[in-house]
Design a protein. Sequence first.
Length: 313
Amino acid sequence: MNPAPLAFLFPGQGSQFVGMGRDIAEAYPEARSVFAQADDVLGFALSRLCFAGPEAELMDTVNAQPAILTHSLAVLRVIDKVAPEVKPALMAGHSLGEFSALVAAGSLKFEDAVQLVRERGRLMKDAGQANPGGMAAVMPLGRDVLDEVCQEASALVGKPVQVANDNSPGQIVISGDNAALEKAMELAKARGAKRVIRLQVSIAAHSQLMKMAARSFRGELDAISFASPQVPVIGNVYARPIQLGDVRDELEAQLTSPVRWTESVQYLAQQGITTCIEIGPKDVLAGLVRRIDASLTAMSVGDPQGIDLLLKP
């Protein structure tokens, strides 16, 4: 399989599960070495947590973020080995996945990335404890309507709530202070939302409640060296390729800004991309791609079965 033009996509938090990466690490030494490197860098057995749990510990954002990044890069190393002809023209990552994409593009070293996302998770968790909030999925209202709903709810309650993830047409996640979020959920139903689901998270990701985390995270970013991406990476904040001089601003702003995933996938299609390969645990992004643009082919590669599918002529 050598589709062209091709994009690699990298998933974000929520794709973690106990057992992630175990099969591919057992099957391929290239994957095992990536998990071993993460263990060495972090100073604890992240690999064992991925392969065997316990689930509650893996689900903690400080562990889930490096776990997903490590799994994604382990799979990528296998693809590089067994299918070196499969090369992307563009890359993108959903939230946390943007770090995986930057590593894949040669902009960020893996050992720096795994430490960065571990600290990102810690800072987000701390911000969530200092400013409690939550997130809710709303279907199927448009982005403009939900922006208005969030502005109205924020004004009524005096606390922030905003669009956090524009995942696909008809699936948008809002995020913010608990009281403002509840008001926005109520208003969304009044505007015709058929489903409004409070997510099982205690952090208002991609909202103004993450300002404290963003400020602290900037210091971590300033201590890291970045290189020019060898393959363009579409950023979450502007849904356009990230330039080297803007990468730290992007990764800082990403914590408080919406993930513009619908626009990112539309941009890929506009650039002539015909096939998207999601690299990492689960198949969330492949499903979103199909909803955004049915003309795009989307597949997920996260285990030996996915590798076998990729290698089929």
